[in-house]
Write a protein that binds this ligand. Structure first.
Ligand SMILES: NC(=O)c1ccc[n+]([C@@H]2O[C@H](COP(=O)([O-])OP(=O)(O)OC[C@H]3O[C@@H](n4cnc5c(N)ncnc54)[C@H](OP(=O)(O)O)[C@@H]3O)[C@@H](O)[C@H]2O)c1
Length: 330
């Protein structure tokens, strides 16, 4: 368990040196659309392990499967502006330079500040950059997250996101949660109206179960689902399997365990040592190999962590390493 920050730092120290060099090379390869090659990583993967580096979101938006979560570029407690605003802008720009073209955000992050920083850092947006935002959670104060998925609120929230992101249309607009006071049919019905009005390209869901996805899909086409999922927490396994079968993108949040981190369980640590990388990089590689619809969106406020995370998309685990980690189960 990484409750203690110094433990985390220690585990990262070996990998940082090795991976900075790798990141630059692999970032260039990503941009050039070159096949996965990484020094020191084993390229052998069994046929049932996902190897495609891209996914077609909604069938028409090609994204590199390793994305970026922009929740962590806000202030402490996902509230307000970050202490170092210039650094946050650098992180966002560097993500795109490294080949990331899927950025996840929400009106609730800050609130507003994550979307504002994305626009400040990246507008006018490079061709092919997909910004996925969300609505349906309000922030009365730091640490507070209150659902409001009423149609009127969602319409207002969407207009706010369009303005802050300086867009006419959101590529992927996700219902952030299901509001127990509002049937999901009403919430996604409002999003469908906004899609029909041209303000949304694709609709996604977040924090949903199988039944809720089925109900939403009776109202409108759904392109993706974003649920909590990582090596230690696979409560949404059934949703992932469903997404794979139906070819919906699956965006695991807390892909590396959130701010609590991941326990360096033996198979994770063994693979990390064997490849000279961190357990977080192994965790991301494991996710990417888990399913071709898996679109991890690790969040960070650190340039060094960003580089490490992007480099993990080039890491190939040996089949036996992958299986040993898979057997950890959350
Ligand atoms: N739909 C939802 O309800 C929901 C909920 C939560 C999050 N999300 C989305 O999912 C994204 C990912 O979730 P998350 O950011 O909470 O969790 P995460 O990506 O699992 O973990 C982020 C945490 O790990 C640290 N970290 C990142 N890279 C690291 C590395 N290479 N080595 C060591 N530590 C590292 C970060 O700290 P540093 O800043 O120090 O790197 C941060 O504390 C969010 O950014 C957001 O877009 C969605």
């Amino acid at each position: 368990m990484h409750d203690n920050a110094s433990g985390r730092k220690e585990k990262r120290s070996i990998s940082r040196r090795k991976f900075v060099a790798v990141t630059l090379g692999s970032g260039a390869a990503l941009l050039a659309g070159k096949p996965d090659i990484i020094a020191g990583a084993n390229a052998a993967t069994p046929s049932n392990m996902a190897t495609n580096p891209t996914f077609n979101l909604g069938g028409d938006l090609s994204v590199h499967r390793l994305g970026f979560g922009a929740m962590r570029v806000t202030g402490q407690g996902i509230w307000g502006w970050p202490a170092d605003r210039q650094n946050a802008l650098k992180v966002l720009r560097r993500a795109v330079e490294l080949g990331v073209n899927l950025i996840d955000t929400a009106d609730a992050y800050g609130p507003d500040t994550s979307e504002l920083l994305i626009a400040e850092a990246l507008y006018p947006y490079p061709k092919g950059l997909v910004i996925a935002t969300k609505g349906g959670l309000t922030r009365p104060g730091p640490g507070q997250w209150v659902p409001n998925c009423r149609p009127d609120h969602l319409k207002q929230a969407l207009d706010g996101s369009l303005k802050r992101l300086r867009l006419d249309q959101i590529d992927l607009y996700q219902l952030h949660t299901v509001d127990s006071k509002v049937p999901i049919e009403e919430s996604v019905g409002a999003l469908k109206q906004m899609q029909d009005a041209g303000k949304i390209r694709h609709i996604g869901l977040s924090n949903v179960d199988r039944g809720e996805i089925d109900r939403a899909r009776k109202i409108v086409s759904i392109a993706s689902v974003q649920n909590r999922y990582n090596i230690e927490d696979r409560a949404s396994e059934d949703v992932l399997v469903y997404c794979e079968k139906e070819k919906l993108g699956f965006l695991p949040w807390f892909p590396i365990g959130g701010s609590r981190g991941l326990k360096p369980e033996n198979p994770l640590n063994t693979a990390a040592k064997a490849h000279g990388v961190s357990v977080f990089q192994v965790a991301l590689a494991w996710l990417l190999e888990r399913s071709p619809v898996m679109l991890p969106i690790p969040g960070t406020s650190s340039l060094a962590h960003l580089e490490e995370n992007v480099a993990a998309s080039k890491l190939k685990l040996m089949p036996e390493e992958w299986k040993a980690i898979d057997a950890l189960k959350g």
